[in-house]
Write a protein that binds this ligand. Structure first.
Ligand SMILES: O=C(O)C(=O)C[C@]1(C(=O)O)C=C[C@@H](O)C=C1
Length: 353
């Protein structure tokens, strides 16, 4: 009996061990995908390498971290490099500022969206609060020059004048890069427009904070990837497209009504020169001479997913009117609260009393 009992114990132990080995082995195996995987929330960004234009402390870096909280932001000296780093698998995503509530569209970046084949997979709206930064000990009166990204300079144009600064304005590649340049070259006559984080990183003093011309200053960024994401309908989605049309009349009206009749809200429309084919020349048979028409590309963002029947129907109708159409991406809308800046925006829109 005793022996038999001991034998049973051994058997149980052996069984338990083999079960543990089996469980450990299964844990190492890749798990098969199931239907529920498609409903998973978007990944939080751990280990995701996100390329941005600028140096640490740039707003684009902050946008990358807002989109993918645990990502590894990868600074790039130009937007082209950020795009290429994704195309060449050195990064997983690129972050691209496309418009600002004060400065408007960042046109060059619209052109880049078309000249590369990356897909928009997300968007982020980031409140941008600019500071005037200078070396420790420097006063506003010592300044002869303010440097920053052209968008940042234009967002602070009126405030710089109001501050009574007698300075020239010079554009550089990014806001944080301006701060870095001042620190690296010990420039005592120059200030940068950049973020609080840039001041901390490059050891500069904040001479003035919140110097953008409107308290509510928001930049919209898009996230780009090699592959599109699977569009969904269980949360608000936006779709971005670009199209061109030929010679027929009233095309833009027809395009807009394809969305309006389906109750689809447009959030953005932008036109850009059609660079590869910028001018259409029409010979006038009745009159002497020719007419030259400038050709445009139209970028539209609309509030519907490509998985939504209304969005699909609108696009198939569009195809009847246009000569070129590309879907740049269908992606979740940024509906996160803007934080304290939201109240400032509400202030702005409140009826005057
Ligand atoms: O220079 C930076 O910090 C950027 O991230 C670029 C950029 C832009 O291109 O608009 C981003 C946000 C601000 O609107 C100002 C500059």
């Amino acid at each position: 009996m005793e022996n038999g009992g001991e034998g049973n114990n051994h058997l149980q132990l052996a069984l338990q061990e083999s079960q543990m080995v089996a469980v450990a082995a299964t844990a190492c195996l890749p798990q098969p995908l199931s239907v529920s995987d498609f409903a998973r929330p978007p990944m939080h960004g751990s280990n995701l390498r996100v390329a941005y234009q600028g140096v640490p402390g740039a707003y684009s870096e902050a946008a990358a971290c807002k989109a993918y909280s645990e990502c590894e932001p990868i600074p790039c000296d130009q937007f082209e490099v950020a795009f290429q780093s994704v195309e060449l698998w050195l990064a997983d995503r690129a972050v691209l500022p496309v418009e600002n509530s004060l400065g408007g569209s960042i046109h060059r970046n619209y052109d880049l969206l078309l000249s590369h084949r990356l897909h928009i997979v997300g968007e982020v709206q980031l409140p941008v609060r600019h500071c005037l930064l200078a070396l420790p000990g420097i006063q506003k009166e010592d300044l002869t020059r303010v440097i920053s990204h052209p968008q940042a300079l234009s967002q602070c144009e009126n405030t710089l004048t109001k501050l009574g600064l007698n300075v020239s304005r010079e554009a550089v590649d990014d806001t944080a890069g301006a701060a870095q340049f001042i620190a690296a070259n010990n420039l005592t006559d120059t200030a940068a427009i950049a973020s609080v984080r840039a001041a901390e990183i490059y050891g500069l003093n904040i001479l003035a904070e919140g110097i953008q011309d409107d308290r509510c200053n928001v930049t919209r960024f898009v996230m780009l990837a090699r592959e599109p994401i699977i569009p969904r309908i269980d949360r608000p989605f936006k779709t971005s497209i670009v199209f061109a049309h030929g010679e027929s009349t009233g095309v833009l009206f027809k395009v807009l009504s394809a969305f309006a009749f389906r109750n689809i809200n447009l959030t953005k429309i932008e036109s850009r020169p059609r660079r590869k084919n910028p001018i259409r020349i029409v010979d006038n048979t009745n009159h002497s001479g020719t007419t030259r028409y400038f050709e445009y590309l139209f970028y539209i963002d609309f509030e519907a997913s490509m998985a939504d029947q209304r969005g699909q129907n609108a696009l198939s109708e569009l195809q009847e009117y246009v000569t070129f159409l590309r879907v740049l991406g269908s992606y979740p809308m940024d509906t996160t609260p803007l934080g304290p800046v939201a109240e400032l925006c509400l202030d702005v829109h409140a009826p005057a009393v």
